[in-house]
Design a protein. Structure first.
Length: 162
């Protein structure tokens, strides 16, 4: 009888620990997803800078064959080599439209479309898929996929404003 109660106790403890862990995981996912969604919402309305969510030591990776493919070892590096020169090629700001957002553990995945007018009068449009690893409300690592042909066309065609 004592063994039966001990086994029952162990099972109950395991179930409670699993439920607690699952709830904590759900809370982290919900929180991270809300932070990223708010960043996109503010960016879309033109009242925020999404890249302020990056930790100063965030690593941003762009795989593939884009003119800017590679890994950037800090927020400053990524901003200076990609975001600022990209925005300098536009005559209007990029407006993001989130199509889907998912959270799994400490990662938020965002599928979004972006559009803006380039300085040469041609419209720039692209679809992005970002995998954002979060810690303490900040993005600490990102992998960004997009149409490199559309991106490279803009990058090579338009001279950045000074």
């Amino acid at each position: 009888m004592k063994l039966k109660r001990s086994v029952y106790f162990v099972v109950v403890v395991c179930v409670l620990l699993t439920a607690t862990t699952a709830t904590a995981q759900d809370d982290i996912e919900t929180k991270n997803k809300r932070i990223v969604q708010t960043g996109f919402d503010e960016w879309r309305r033109g009242v925020g800078n999404f890249f302020n969510l990056l930790a100063s030591d965030a690593k941003w990776t762009i795989p593939g064959n884009a003119a800017v493919s590679g890994t950037y070892e800090s927020r400053r590096d990524f901003m200076d080599q990609v975001v600022i020169p990209f925005n300098a090629r536009l005559s209007t700001r990029m407006v993001p439209i989130v199509k889907a957002m998912y959270a799994d553990g400490d990662t938020v995945i965002v599928l979004w479309d972006g559009a803006a007018m380039a300085r040469d009068g041609k419209r720039y449009e692209n679809t992005y898929s970002w995998y954002l690893k979060m810690r303490d409300g900040k993005i600490v690592a990102a992998t960004a996929f997009f149409d490199s042909i559309a991106f490279n066309d803009l990058w090579k065609r338009v001279t950045p404003a000074r």
